[in-house]
Design a protein around this ligand. Structure first.
Ligand SMILES: Cc1cc2nc3c(=O)[nH]c(=O)nc-3n(C[C@H](O)[C@H](O)[C@H](O)COP(=O)(O)OP(=O)(O)OC[C@H]3O[C@@H](n4cnc5c(N)ncnc54)[C@H](O)[C@@H]3O)c2cc1C
Length: 444
């Protein structure tokens, strides 16, 4: 039996601060379930977003609440976790503390023994931040809702204008960037135009819309094998999406884009081209890669800062074959879980874990109804069966049972009727609408 010296203070429980309630942050918290520590999980939003289905919110298939879950709800059964709604604005490694800006109550300073930074990425305009005003990126629920309002609003404006050029501008949609998000969004927009909106307007035919997918690189889906990307491109072509590869967007403004010196008039330009890490990681003062992500050590640790880790999209680490671990949900979950378990072991005084090893379960991209592509180390697949696998994998990966049930019901409805249940424009569409003119009719 160990006797405490009289008056000796009880040992303080270790404090673990996790910044970010995305895939990596939630996985880290869950891996610390049995840890004898106090965990503070901080996010500037009160909800976790299942980002792979954001494009379906942007194209009216799903409602925001179907792909998101309150972080508190995800953590409520785990008694050692306290959730805090706040934006972390400062990291002080010397005093082992962070500064958090809490809505309504101001700035708070919190001490940590361990810090896990899981703050993800944000859209990057490659030095042209002025494009952001006209070409929204897709990262948050409000981005998705704004994009949905922009797309649906464009059809409304096209239907009411008497100006032929303006009608064409409203019905021209430009997506910049042909990675998985650009491809999925373009295919879903094409099906919205040709199936969901068919016959719903009296003056325009939405099927005559131009959906342009503009890519600076040589081909779409650069992270997939040539053969799969070519199949996806053919599929997009069949859906009516026009692909422009090797084309650089030089300017984006209120009237559209200028690409390779040619102006393309468009009322809806969407940015799916690049990402940059959240600004918080800069405060760590750590070594970064070219994209600005923290170049972490083999245990996802920050060099020279013991007990500080960066996981998920904000980190840069190589996998076994020397290639960088991709910025995908699977990698974020594995890294978060790894660091959670590593800290749990340290708290028990057990030997450190082996370095992080990424298990690549493959990548998928869906191209409209009934078609998806799948690539793993040993397998390449495309078509209907792959699409079915995509449906299953995404349903199972949603954060809660209620999300799964609701998404399943919406997909079922949409699959058989072609209809989409979230075709709401919260406010009157703007951008292109002129000041109302009041016609005075004089009584004779
Ligand atoms: C539109 C889209 C589609 C995608 N599709 C796929 C797909 O099909 N398959 C796939 O595997 N991956 C996909 N991804 C990538 C995947 O979503 C990311 O790899 C994953 O979300 C990374 O997880 P994370 O925890 O690092 O970051 P995130 O999930 O982005 O979470 C970061 C969290 O940190 C919070 N945060 C940021 N800064 C602060 C701060 N200063 N203070 C407090 N909180 C902060 C944010 O609010 C957020 O909740 C997609 C991404 C997007 C945007």
């Amino acid at each position: 039996m160990t006797l405490l010296a009289a008056g000796a203070p009880p040992a303080r429980r270790k404090q673990i601060v996790i910044v970010g309630g995305g895939f990596a942050g939630i996985a880290a918290a869950r891996a610390l379930k049995r840890a004898d520590a106090d965990i503070i999980l901080i996010d500037r939003r009160n909800h976790h977003i299942f980002q792979p289905l954001l494009y379906q919110v942007a194209t009216a298939v799903l409602a925001p609440s179907e792909i998101a879950a309150p972080i508190r709800q995800l953590a409520y059964e785990q008694k050692n976790v306290t959730v805090m709604l706040a934006e972390v604005t400062g990291v002080y490694l010397n005093s082992r503390s962070i500064e958090a800006s809490c809505p309504g109550t101001g700035i708070r300073r919190l001490q940590f023994d361990y810090l896990i930074v899981a703050t993800g990425m944000r859209p990057s305009y490659f030095g042209h931040d002025e494009f952001a005003k006209y070409a929204p990126g897709l990262k948050t629920l409000s981005d998705a809702e704004n994009i949905r309002a922009k797309i649906l609003g464009a059809y409304e404006l096209a239907d009411t204008t008497d100006d032929d050029n303006e009608r064409v501008r409203q019905m021209t949609f430009v997506l910049v960037g042909a990675g998985p998000t650009g491809v999925e969004l373009a295919a879903s927009m094409a099906q919205l135009a040709t199936v969901t909106l068919r016959g719903q307007f009296r003056r325009i035919d939405p099927a005559e819309s131009s959906i342009l997918l503009v890519e600076g690189g040589k081909r779409i889906l650069p992270t997939f094998a040539d053969r799969l990307a070519a199949k996806a491109a053919r599929r997009l072509g069949k859906l009516g999406v026009k692909i422009l590869t090797g084309v650089k967007v030089e300017k984006v403004d209120a009237n559209g884009v200028v690409a390779d010196g040619t102006r393309i008039p468009s009322a809806t330009v969407l940015w799916t081209a690049g990402v940059a890490p959240s600004p918080l990681v800069k405060l760590l003062g750590a070594k970064t890669d070219r994209a600005g992500r923290v170049a972490v050590g083999p245990c996802m640790d920050v060099e020279g800062a013991s007990g500080v880790f960066v996981v998920g999209d904000a980190s840069s680490v190589a996998s076994d074959d020397g290639r960088p671990v991709p910025g995908v949900a699977q990698a974020a979950i594995q890294q978060g879980r790894y660091v959670g378990r590593l800290i749990a072991r340290q708290l028990k005084g057990r030997a450190p874990k082996r370095p992080f090893r990424y298990v690549d379960k493959g990548s998928m991209s869906v191209v409209g109804k009934n078609f998806a592509i799948l690539e793993t180390r040993h397998l390449r697949m495309s078509g209907f069966i792959t699409w079915f696998i995509w449906v299953f994998v995404h349903l199972m990966a949603l954060p809660q049972l209620q999300n799964r049930l609701r998404v399943q019901r919406q997909w079922f409805w949409s699959y058989f009727t072609g209809q989409r249940s979230s075709r709401l424009i919260p406010e009157a569409p703007s951008g292109g609408i002129r000041e109302p003119t009041v016609e005075r009719i004089s009584a004779s």
